[in-house]
Every structure is written in structure tokens, then in C-alpha cells.
Design a binder for this molecule. Structure first.
Ligand SMILES: [Zn+2]
Length: 61
């Protein structure tokens, strides 16, 4: 099965405690993500919530 969103991290490092924060936003299967969409991560250790703005052009600049 092809990965639909290869550029989206399913996990990030929590900046506060350096543990793993998991993506809890369901990725749309029949639609696309657009720049400005919010990806929400929750840290498994401190339960902090991290909102990441999806911006595929971010790495170009
Ligand atoms: Zn944390």
C-alpha cells in the first residue's frame, strides 16, 4: 500500500520533555491536506498538545 502522506511525520519529538509525540489528527483518505491545515500531536509522556501547521513549501525557502 502506497504511503499517501510520505512527507508528514507520524511522530515528533516533544520539545518540552524530549519524549515522543504522536499524530492524533486523522489524515484524510479521500481528500488532500492543504497548506494551513493543522496537524495535532500529543506527547505520550507529558500529554502536551502540539499544533503543527501543514506547510509543504516550508523547506523550499
Ligand atoms: Zn512531552
Amino acid at each position: 500500500m502506497t504511503e499517501r502522506y510520505p512527507d508528514i511525520d507520524r511522530q515528533i519529538v516533544c520539545v518540552d520533555c524530549l519524549e515522543t509525540a504522536h499524530l492524533i489528527t486523522p489524515l484524510p483518505e479521500d481528500d488532500d491536506l492543504y497548506p494551513g491545515d493543522i496537524l495535532v500531536y500529543r506527547c505520550e509522556a507529558c500529554l502536551d498538545r502540539w499544533d503543527i501547521v501543514y506547510d509543504p513549501d516550508d523547506e523550499l525557502g
